[in-house]
Design a protein around this ligand. Structure first.
Ligand SMILES: *Cc1c(COP(=O)(O)O)cnc(C)c1O
Length: 369
């Protein structure tokens, strides 16, 4: 069915920026700039400068950004890494693939790690904290960095949903040993396939991640330093990301914040739902997603669908209930409740004020009945 208000609109996005995007892609093809050329290096410089780190290393996915950051920080068998269960599974799989154990803690009202629970989860095996900045809101990095210093833990930030989000003016991905980004098409900065990056101030981490993505090879000397992976960000994708980051991205963030403000304004009076308007002067949110929470989730979703509004749910059941993953039962009540109660409303750089009005009215109609 064709939605009146689609969740995102990839065709409209391309049509809007076609000239610049085509220019970037055709430039690469005509010059044969396919692997690790200037476009990738330029994107890495621009990304590092945007995030506020010395280095950025382009990779083929957010998953690999997480996996390589953990490896570069020395995480391995026998180690524990504290993270959340309310995240995309890649966060947790990256820990497992290092041979380490994910220790899952609950989230707070804003869907990010509940800092009150972190210290209780620390054991003699804990090596790192892996906060996930969900929906475009950064975790409480003030508290996390304090805990990390006190216990001498590495911090790896899953910033896949939080490019541009900030805490006290400092951007996601610039606090810890490494920041991990994804450029999956529907992320706030998306390419036309898979992509990702690690940001860091630590030259040793930047070098390790650079070697891991190239099968362990130092391209200058030809020496293999690891059994690595093939996981480089494609040059063509980097060229597209460069255009988007430097010419449009700041405007998109402003647009998302305006769309969120319109949703807030329209929905604030609907007492059956929690809107993502969270307190805290330190936080600058970029609204990767606009997530509302309600006890009537499934009925509201059905109603919205019938009025032509497309919504999504991340995630329908807690990750530990996927038995094949072998995560045991961490029994996290907030995470379990959230899975039954959240809906993501349409939100992208293409979402219009009229569309927001349509969604708001459909939600109000539902609660009037
Ligand atoms: C998208 C995402 C990832 C992984 O990104 P991929 O590029 O799809 O591998 C990791 N963590 C979170 C929170 C994400 O949203």
């Amino acid at each position: 069915m064709a939605y009146k208000v689609p969740f995102v609109d990839a065709r409209k996005h391309y049509a809007t920026y076609k000239k610049e995007i085509d220019g970037a892609i055709i430039g690469c093809l005509e010059n044969g700039d396919l692997i690790y050329r200037q476009q990738l290096k330029t994107f890495e410089e621009n990304l590092a400068s945007f995030v506020g780190t010395k280095y950025a290393v382009g990779l083929n996915s957010g998953y690999h950004a997480l996996h390589f950051s953990l490896l570069a920080a020395g995480i391995g068998p026998g180690d524990e890494v504290i993270t959340v269960a309310h995240t995309f599974v890649a966060t947790i799989s990256a820990i497992v693939h290092c041979g380490a154990k994910p220790v899952l803690v609950d989230v707070g009202r804003d869907y990010n790690i509940n800092c009150d629970l972190v210290e209780k989860a620390i054991t003699s095996k804990t090596k790192a904290l892996l906060p996930v900045h969900l929906n475009g809101r950064i975790s409480d990095m003030g508290r996390i960095m304090k805990i990390a210093e006190k216990y001498k833990l590495a911090v790896i930030e899953d910033s896949a949903q939080a490019l541009g989000a900030a805490f006290d003016g400092k951007r996601a991905g610039s606090f810890g040993a490494a920041g991990c980004f994804s450029f999956y098409p529907f992320k706030i900065l998306g390419c036309f396939g898979d992509g990702g990056a690690v940001t860091t101030n630590d030259p040793a981490i930047a070098r390790a991640v650079s070697l891991l993505r190239f099968n362990g090879e130092d391209r200058e000397t030809g020496e293999y330093h690891y059994h690595g992976y093939t996981a480089l960000l494609d040059n063509v994708q980097a060229a597209v990301l460069n255009v988007k980051l430097t010419q449009f991205f700041p405007k998109w963030v402003e647009h998302r914040r305006k769309v969120a403000a319109l949703y807030h304004e329209g929905l604030r009076g609907v007492k059956q739902i929690q809107i993502p308007d969270f307190p805290g002067k330190s936080f600058h949110d970029v609204f990767q997603n606009y997530v509302i929470r309600t006890a009537d989730r499934d009925a509201l979703r059905t109603h919205l669908k019938s009025t032509g509004v497309e919504t999504l749910v991340h995630w329908m059941k807690p990750v530990w209930e996927h038995k094949a993953l072998g995560l045991g039962n961490p029994a996290l009540p907030e995470t379990a409740a959230i899975c039954k109660e959240v809906i993501s409303l349409p939100m992208s750089a293409e979402t219009t004020p009229e569309q927001v009005e349509t969604v708001v009215n459909a939600i109000k109609d539902f609660y009037k009945r």
